[in-house]
Design a binder for this molecule. Structure first.
Ligand SMILES: Cc1cc2nc3c(=O)[nH]c(=O)nc-3n(C[C@H](O)[C@H](O)[C@H](O)COP(=O)(O)OP(=O)(O)OC[C@H]3O[C@@H](n4cnc5c(N)ncnc54)[C@H](O)[C@@H]3O)c2cc1C
Ligand code: FES
Ligand code: FES
Length: 486
């Protein structure tokens, strides 16, 4: 297929074609500096505050899907073939405010106003996606937006007002026209841009990806850019050659077959969470607490794994569930147990020219219990201090098989082999908790950092084991005093 050498997208309802843009320019930078649209604000430039929230709409099976995203860590080429909606686009032709804007006015949802466009855009995303108007759903949708002066009560009231009075807006009325305009863009995939500073490829197929990686093995793969974006905005790193995997449909599929869930590496957390939580309900809370709605809409599961951070949330889960990684290159594919991928801090088993293609996760078997617990200073939008994942198979109350993995306890996500050994063949008893806690001290010697001291991490890892036992045995929370197991 012929490569395209430009980025085409809709800015509101106007089409744009960019040929001369540095591919790691962020959407925020483009809006403010090139388009001079300053409604979208810059707060943190690292995906935390939501002041830069925009909505990106795309054609999914003939319908528009709206996603709130952080424009400060989204590179412009990600807009290719999509519609970018900012706060400037929300008023209708009669100059009337959008219902979410009107609700913010009516409920006094803004004081200094700096955060307001971001809140409005998150509410707009919710207006188009969310049927659930509960407080929990509103909090989840707004967790990626920080406000320092209004306080959240009026903003939550504004969300309720807008969602309860929901009726089709001008975007719904124009949906067919927008879909037509998107197809008129003729934004064929397989983009290749060579600017004076950077080379950028967005292949459309796995085959093309392999070929580009073969020719340019030192390129930087980028998926959702929720890690890579910060290297650019915060560390001012220059990336010579970038290969985006987010236009490759084959890398975005989830299928359930032969006792296995197969997840394409470029599947976003938002897309993966529904299917995975269906089979492992404990994952629901973990994913709800994964960054924010904006981060989940951008971040991919493959990016989380490939990045290999010791505090990446999906990693202990994949290790405890004995997931397999399918790693590919032009030379072929290999299958690696997730736990073998993490070699040392910042070092993963991924050679030049290789990429993560898929993750295979076994479906639960009879008697298997799975729990994952994330500990962080805030419930939402915070990185784990410790994340513990436990998979146990019980028969007549006895632990027949067990895999335990922790994030935040070592330089890589790591299995708790001593603890597993101490528990196998045991009932869910207080004695087993004591042995398990002692064993965890042999498994880990965690560091002290601003997320928690070594001592704190060791204690809470044991507490999580105890919580697991209490939940599985239906007991009230017991407290095993330190003296009992020291
Ligand atoms: C505000 C904020 C909150 C966050 N909260 C959380 C959180 O709660 N929990 C958590 O775990 N993480 C969190 N993160 C971190 C981040 O979102 C995740 O690590 C994310 O899953 C990375 O995915 P991505 O697609 O954005 O990766 P990218 O940034 O695109 O890439 C990350 C790394 O993976 C490589 N890569 C990506 N895809 C592939 C592939 N298919 N094959 C080979 N290499 C690949 C890239 O080269 C790069 O080295 C947060 C980040 C931000 C900015
Ligand atoms: S500027 Fe703070 S999330 Fe983008
Ligand atoms: S209104 Fe000032 S930060 Fe929200």
């Amino acid at each position: 297929m012929q490569d395209r050498h430009s980025i085409r997208f809709l800015l509101g309802s106007e089409s744009r074609e960019l040929t001369d843009i540095v591919p790691t320019t962020t959407v925020l930078e483009y809006l403010r500096k090139v388009e001079r649209m300053t409604g979208t604000k810059e707060g943190c430039a690292e995906g935390d505050c939501g002041a830069c929230t925009v909505v990106v709409a795309e054609n999914v099976n003939g319908k528009l899907r709206y996603k709130a995203c952080n424009s400060c860590i989204m590179f412009v080429p990600f807009l290719h073939g999509k519609q970018l909606i900012t706060v400037e686009h929300l008023k209708n032709r009669n100059d009337e405010l959008h219902p979410v804007q009107q609700a913010m006015v009516d409920q006094h949802g803004s004081q200094c106003g700096f955060c307001t466009p971001g809140f409005v855009m998150s509410l707009f995303g919710m207006y188009h996606n969310e049927c659930d108007t509960s407080r929990v759903a509103i909090d989840d949708a707004l967790a990626g937006n920080l406000c320092r002066c209004t306080g959240y009560a009026p903003i939550v009231r504004a969300a309720r007002q807008a969602l309860h009075g929901h009726k089709p807006d001008q975007f719904d009325h124009r949906e067919k026209q927008t879909l037509r305009s998107l197809s008129d863009l003729d934004a064929a995939p397989s983009v290749h841009i060579d600017s004076s500073q950077q080379s950028y490829h967005a292949p459309a197929t796995v085959k093309e990806l392999k070929q580009i990686l073969k020719e340019k093995p030192a390129s930087r793969i980028v998926a959702g850019a929720t890690d890579v974006g910060l290297w650019v905005t915060k560390e001012r790193r220059h990336l010579d050659c970038v290969i985006s995997v987010s236009d490759i449909q084959e890398l975005q599929s989830i299928s359930v077959e032969k006792e296995m869930i197969r997840i394409g590496a470029a599947t976003t957390i938002a897309e993966a969470m529904d299917t995975l939580s269906l089979y492992y309900p404990s994952l629901d809370e973990l994913f709800r607490r994964y960054g924010s709605e904006q981060v989940r809409n951008q971040a991919t599961i493959g990016g989380n794994v490939a990045n290999g951070s010791p505090i990446g949330d999906s990693l202990p889960v994949l290790v405890a569930l004995d997931a397999k990684l399918i790693i590919s290159s032009a030379a072929g594919s290999r299958t690696l147990p997730a736990e073998d991928y993490f070699i040392d801090y910042g070092k993963q088993d991924l050679g030049p020219g290789e990429f993560l293609e898929r993750i295979d996760l076994p479906l639960p078997i009879e008697g298997q219990q799975f729990r994952v617990y994330k500990l962080s200073k805030r419930f939402h939008q915070d990185i784990s201090a410790v994340c513990g994942a436990f998979s146990l198979t019980l028969e007549a109350g006895i632990i027949q098989a067990v895999r335990i993995s922790f994030g935040g306890m070592a330089a890589t996500p790591k299995r708790a082999f001593h603890c597993e050994e101490a528990l196998i063949g045991s009932p869910l008893s207080g004695d087993a908790i004591v042995r398990g806690r002692q064993a965890l001290q042999r498994d880990f010697n965690p560091i002290t950092d601003f997320r928690g001291s070594s001592d704190y991490r060791t204690r809470v890892a044991g507490n999580l084991l105890e919580k697991l036992f209490d939940e599985l045995s239906g007991r009230e929370q017991t407290i095993v005093w330190e003296a009992d197991y020291a």
